[in-house]
Design a protein around this ligand. Structure first.
Ligand SMILES: NC(=O)c1ccc[n+]([C@@H]2O[C@H](COP(=O)([O-])OP(=O)(O)OC[C@H]3O[C@@H](n4cnc5c(N)ncnc54)[C@H](O)[C@@H]3O)[C@@H](O)[C@H]2O)c1
Length: 395
């Protein structure tokens, strides 16, 4: 008997969403039936390419009774509004990271999905990559002794890629703390068990022409005393792919154009961004990007190292490297590559159709957002911030 099909609508078909389309088509239990955006030419192209219904607002898409679930990929400051609209229309939801731009918004999203009896998945692609999930499983197995410490560092040119005004406006969820810290936080929470005790951080604005934090350094301590550092630089002089076998770097497929130097007008920059989106206007648009390097099962999000008492573990080109006694190195392979977003879709699908627990649910996302907000608060107040909304990795 054929598996039930979940009919999916996509809200926001921008540059992030473009990279998800391959997964939407590849998942056997998902049928892409609708899209919403405010750009009519993109909607027209989408209708032609996917045979999907198109709408010019989230509300209109969510009123379509043929849609079972939606993926919200609009700009950060719309996430809460669009997730709550979806929940009120009884749609299950995946929301792109960051979950929202405040803790209060996340709480309202969780309340709305709970009230309406629908599933919410806070989707953070990089922590759900096979290499990261396998690494976390290996640490949890206890085979390498208790976890001692964790580090997750990434250097990219995020700040110099083409950006819309809201991406450079901290009040709307702009800058690398909102946009990139959820990846690191989810990675270390997944490996470290979820329960962050406290956060001390600094944020950096090194280029006033891009007026949002473009880098951060954060020290996290878990409830069990395990320390973690997460470090992100979006100023892109050093490429952390140099530390990760040349994988996942500046020039990898799907990483988008890099602005070389400044001096572009806002219109010129936005035209570059438009060319990276799902768009009818860009003449020679390349195929939709995948995350990182297509032939590599475990493209890294920078360098992540987990140190247990008997081994250090990190992502390898084919899975996970385990460095044991006297530096002896073994590799545990993972299956892949997997299209970006596939793991989230599958987790939602299994939750809705087969009643399996969703790990990256609204409460998990809220806990990750609490750490994101604490990075900003700690940097401003120059003090350690205690966590109150953490949830443990189940099991
Ligand atoms: N997980 C990842 O790896 C990843 C990668 C890139 C982006 N993202 C996330 O995706 C989201 C969008 O980022 P982006 O870079 O794609 O931006 P974008 O501006 O390219 O895309 C946003 C899209 O939403 C549309 N939109 C704006 N307002 C709307 C509204 N009110 N109703 C319907 N559609 C609306 C825009 O026209 C655009 O097509 C952000 O939350 C970002 O963090 C995630």
């Amino acid at each position: 008997m054929a598996e039930p099909v979940l009919k999916l609508g996509l809200i926001g078909i921008g540059s992030g969403a473009r990279g998800l389309l391959e997964a939407f088509v590849a998942h056997p239990g998902i049928k892409l039936v609708a899209a919403a955006d405010t750009r009519q030419d993109a909607l027209d192209k989408f209708a032609g390419e996917y045979g999907a219904k198109t709408y010019n607002s989230a509300e209109a898409l969510c009123s379509d009774p043929n849609v079972d679930a939606v993926w919200v990929a609009t700009p950060n400051h719309f996430h809460a509004e669009h997730v709550i609209i979806a929940a009120e229309h009884k749609k299950h939801v995946v929301v792109s990271k960051p979950m929202a731009v405040s803790l209060e918004q996340c709480q309202a999203m969780v309340a709305a999905t709970d009230k309406n009896g629908v599933k919410l998945l806070a989707g953070h692609t990089q922590s759900m990559l096979p290499g990261v999930t396998r690494l976390a499983e290996l640490v949890r197995s206890g085979d390498y002794g208790p976890l001692g410490m964790l580090h997750s560092w990434n250097y990219t040119p995020w700040i110099y890629r083409p950006r819309m005004p809201e991406e450079l406006d901290a009040t709307k969820g702009g800058g690398v703390v909102f946009r990139q810290s959820p990846h690191h936080i989810d990675i270390v929470r997944l490996i470290g068990g979820g329960m962050v005790r406290s956060v001390r951080a600094m944020t950096l604005l090194l280029d006033p022409s891009r007026p949002v934090p473009g880098a951060f350094v954060a020290y996290l301590e878990f409830e069990n005393g395990v320390p973690a550092t997460i470090i992100y630089s979006g100023y892109g002089h050093f490429d952390s792919a140099e530390l990760t076998f040349g994988l996942g770097g500046f020039t990898s497929p799907g990483r988008g154009a890099v602005l070389v130097g400044s001096g572009l007008t806002n219109e010129e920059e936005q035209a570059l961004k438009e060319a990276a989106r799902y768009s009818a206007r860009s003449a020679n648009q390349p195929p939709p990007p995948v995350f990182g390097d297509k032939d590599v099962p475990s493209t890294p999000f920078g360098l992540t190292i987990a140190s247990c008492t008997k081994a250090d573990l990190r992502q390898s080109p084919k899975g996970v490297y385990i460095y044991g006694e006297q530096g002896a190195r073994t590799e545990v392979p993972v299956q892949g590559p997997v299209p970006r977003g596939y793991a989230e879709l599958d987790e939602l699908y299994q939750g809705v159709v087969n009643g399996k627990p969703i790990v990256h649910d609204g409460r998990w996302g809220l806990a990750t957002q609490e750490v994101t907000m604490a990075i900003l608060q700690s940097a401003q107040e120059r003090r350690e911030i205690m966590m109150q909304h953490q949830v443990a990795f189940p099991g």
